[in-house]
Write a protein that binds this ligand. Sequence first.
Ligand code: UD1
Length: 352
Amino acid sequence: MISTKSGQKIFVTGGAGYIGSHTCVELLNAGFDVTVYDNFCNSQPEALVRVQRIAGKSLQVVHGDLRNLTELTQALKNSGATAVIHFAGLKAVGESVEKPLLYYDNNVVGTVRLLEAMAQCKVKTLVFSSSATVYGAPQQLPIPESHPLSATNPYGKTKLVIEDMLRDLFQSDSSWHIGILRYFNPVGAHSSGQIGEDPQGTPNNLLPFVAQVAIGRREFVNVWGNDYNTPDGTGVRDYIHVVDLAIGHVKAVQMLGEQAQCVALNLGTGNGYSVMEMIKAFEAASAKPVAYRVGPRRTGDIASCYAQPDLALQLLGWRAERGLPAMCEDAWRWQQKNPMGYAAAGSVMEPH
Ligand code: UD1
């Protein structure tokens, strides 16, 4: 059993985001001190007010941009952190096709700056948010970490470039401790219903869209294709509860402290569910009908994608514990308590 040194400090970039905020709760619960560095370009300070309320502990917040090396280095130094969890980045596939430079600048340049700041502060432990998108069109299922890597859109390419950069960095200096976590499809919310996914505008991802139909914000779900080679013809994905994902980060940061390495790990459940199964599960969890219409396939989509999750179990002693009903019930609780996301929240924390 790996233990947490009491008060060990972690610097979390993008900590106000969907996965970041859930990870901050689990870090505080595990006894870590947390400094969040976020530019709030796609997140709300309110999420961090709620993180602290849930955990009953406070964290530090620095409002800053990764691309500002001076501010970033200062913030990292002031935090006294011994490890960094790096969530900050843009993640909308369609937008990345429209604005590739924005994605390369935010995601790739931002990560270069972060690594420079870490080297300067002699902080050499990093957990990086990657994605199953780096596997491209799967050649085998379930997908092991050894699967060939490729990317078809600028968002995916930024993840792949960063992964390659981290492997090159480790090659040049083997004193780094680097964990690359490849997420499958994060869904759900904290069981309190206080924090959750808050997409701006029309959701791109399936479950937030389904939740908005169930609550009456949208009329029906577009099912993007029912002629795939899957049991019911709709796309199959490995949906993973965001709290399981968050706990995976805590385990990764604990494990990485032990040994210099650069390792990539799948964080998924190993189970695939179709779009229709997700709609039915959400109807059961919410006791609301979810209308849908079958449309054409979405460009760039694949039929099926699910993880071989054994390496994370072996190295971290981690496996996803929360099943599909909990994913939908928790997403529904968040949606009901926050029908307009964080936007309607009264309290606003002043970042400093
Ligand atoms: C998407 C991104 C992926 C990214 C991930 C991050 C694409 C092509 N892929 O993954 O690169 O890492 O989000 O969150 O955007 N679906 C519908 N109707 C909808 C929305 C989705 O039928 O309104 C279907 C899709 O066709 C797919 C499944 O639901 O079969 C899941 O889609 P989504 O939630 O967007 O995730 P991915 O496409 O797997």
